[in-house]
Design a protein around this ligand. Sequence first.
Ligand code: ADP
Length: 425
Amino acid sequence: METNDQVNILLVDDRPENLLALEATLAELGQNLIKANSGAEALRCVLKQDFAAILLDVQMPEMDGFETAALIRERERSKSTPIIFITAISKSEQEAFKGYAVGAVDYVFKPIVPEILRAKVRVFVDLYQKAMAIRQQAAQLEAVNATLQKEIAERERAEAEIQALYANLTQKANELARANEELEAFSYSTSHDLRAPLRTMQSFSQFLLEDYAERLDETGKDYLQRIAAAAMRMDDLIQDLLAYSRLSRTEMELKPLHLKQAITETMAELATVIRESHAQIETDDVSFWVIGHRATVNQVIANLLTNAVKFIPPGASPQVRVWAERRAVAARASGSQPANEGASEDGRPRFVVRLWVEDNGIGIAPEHQERIFHPFERLHGRETYPGTGIGLAIVRKGMERMGGCAGVESELGHGSRFWIELPQA
Ligand code: ADP
């Protein structure tokens, strides 16, 4: 209900001409005027609806104004409705007191002065409308409050659910991590133990080939050589597996190291492979300091270089280019200057160094570019390109353990560009 909504005003008088006069006087207030011609009629009205004010004639037959007022006050709905008594000028003070005693709010004496009556009634209309508005606002507030309470309760329930899920997830993650550790420890020790019998197989097939060669025909020798080759392949596999699982087991102390030196050392280690493959390796712009674990960085570079000279189309000679570049890491918060060049205020590197190894090899189709970083994922048969399928898994895991990352850009038939990224020192 708006404050300017019409309100009800009850006019009570036994004489129709008086009622009409009252009606005419109050018409300009623009409210809803309801007429009753007796006290009984007035009581029926107050039972049915609410009134902003009741104008009550005092002198009425049967039930006079005071009796009517007393009964109006008894009804719950009308117990505080303002009552204005209308009485003849021949009032006595005693009568006025009686009126106040039964709950009159005001008196109007006959003959009625229209302006005064209107002014008095207007006050009650205003009061009533304001009270209504306040009640309405209170109801709205209550509704909003109820909705808010409901939302809070729902949010609390959702939060509790999330927390429970999170706790569950953390527990599962811990269990998984423990299971993983156990598995890694198991595979590490198994791989280790597997190498001893393998070496025995290799040695004895070698002894057979050397000491019993004249007693074996060509087929026998061929079989033996195959046994030796298979044992060697298995040994390679186990060594790679050991290197892979060692990556998660060893504590890595990360220190500044010079990329150029790491590349020079690795190329020296790979001298034979490079020479035998007739590869040309060109290195430029690799003078950067990075933060990493020396042995792991060397191993990662070695794996990338080995692949770069290995996955070459038949008849072609490998051309490899190695270079590095400094890249800014997207800023996270404030733009203020960090204390040192390499790291930002929140401890994250501000710059990383990306090392590229580009080859002129067979290339990799886009759909395989992610899976080749997983253990044992190979795109070719061992006869075409030998290998264990663990090299790139070592690259990815090693980089992650050093807080870096690795990736590839390539197109089938058009060479590949592998990259690794480490924080700049
Ligand atoms: P491996 O070299 O022992 O096969 P990797 O994990 O190093 O294992 O590589 C996985 C696979 O990714 C390789 O078998 C090959 O199919 C593909 N690959 C890796 N490096 C290159 C490269 N430079 N060019 C083309 N393919 C590559």
